[in-house]
Design a protein around this ligand. Structure first.
Ligand code: NDP
Length: 278
């Protein structure tokens, strides 16, 4: 029987996850179905129960249900426990449901696949929401020399420093306190771009040969990536590779086969550019 997987979210129409998993199935020959499901707010548990009781093997979870999924899981991986959010549910053979988070490892793998160096580098992260919480553990695992978290609401950045300080050198500040940082890698984890806004950043934040990563993605360069280009960043990219990377980690957790991500990123990018032209 074909194993069944899905992504839950609200909204969900825009989700690229079914297309990504179709590519992974074509590559690996795995027999699985992957659909997207719109779930009404407040109905996550009921929808997940129906899915798993009907034989479903695994779920991806996107906004706004990552916290619901965290509470739904029977057990959590250590990284999900620390992140406080779950984007991946796995039905185990004994019927229990494991909750994991694969966004962070997806982003770090994307950076490493592109040849970006993180070890010994000075990192700046903009934002202190759920996505940033999810990437901190895998990022700190790469042994950067320091990580500064700048956020509009400074208390949230300070909370992250408290929660992750045992994993490396972490600092918190407001955007106004940023100056002359000489950061080697700058990561935008704010959702400012989604609201058509742009974080105001000072000049001279970047070290020479700096790399800039925007977790959000769009057919057009984001406001943050336009800023990075103006500032002379040597490398820059959006979060499409993070999306495909988290999907690859999910696929591996479910099927124990590691799909190739680069051809899938290339194909999605081609389709995004094509649809922009129409
Ligand atoms: P959250 O809502 O949890 O956090 C939003 C963050 O953005 C907060 O730090 C918030 O600051 C900040 N922010 C929002 N608007 C502004 C603004 N106008 N100016 C400055 N800061 C602002 O969202 P997530 O953490 O879940 O998502 C963040 C981004 O990451 C989104 O763009 C999302 O699409 C992307 N993402 C990409 C993934 C991928 O696979 N590529 C996976 C997951 C997320 P404050 O605390 O002050 O409110």
């Amino acid at each position: 029987m074909t194993d069944s997987y899905a992504v839950f979210g609200n909204p969900i129409a825009q989700s690229k996850s079914p297309a990504i998993h179709r590519h992974f199935c074509d590559q690996t020959g795995e027999d699985m179905a992957y659909t997207k499901q719109l779930v009404a707010e407040g109905e996550f548990k009921q929808a997940a129960d129906t899915f798993f009781n009907g034989g479903g093997r695994g779920l991806n979870i996107t906004a706004p249900f990552k916290l619901d999924a965290f509470h739904y899981a029977t057990r959590l991986t250590p990284r999900a426990e620390r992140a406080g959010a779950v984007n991946l549910l796995i039905k185990e053979n004994d019927g229990s449901i494991t909750g994991d988070t694969s966004d962070g490892i997806g982003m770090v793998n994307d950076m490493l696949n592109m040849g970006w160096e993180l070890e010994g580098k000075k990192l700046l992260i903009l934002g202190a929401g759920g996505a940033v919480r999810g990437v901190l553990e895998p990022l700190l695992g790469q042994k950067p020399s320091s990580v500064t978290i700048a956020n509009r609401t400074v208390s949230k950045a300070e909370q992250l420093v408290k929660d992750f300080h045992d994993l490396g050198e972490l600092n918190a500040c407001s955007f106004d306190e940023l100056s002359d940082g000489h950061f080697d890698v700058v990561i935008n984890g704010t959702s400012a771009g989604l609201h058509g806004e742009r974080v105001n950043l000072p000049d001279n934040l970047l070290a020479s040969q700096a790399a800039c990563y925007d977790m959000s993605y769009a057919a057009e360069p984001t406001g943050f990536l336009r800023w990075a280009e103006e500032q002379g960043a040597a490398k820059l990219t959006d979060g499409l590779g993070m999306l495909v990377g988290q999907a690859a980690e999910s696929f591996y957790a479910w099927r124990h086969i590691r799909p190739e991500v680069v051809p899938v990123i290339t194909e999605l990018r081609r389709k995004m550019t094509e649809s922009k032209k129409k």
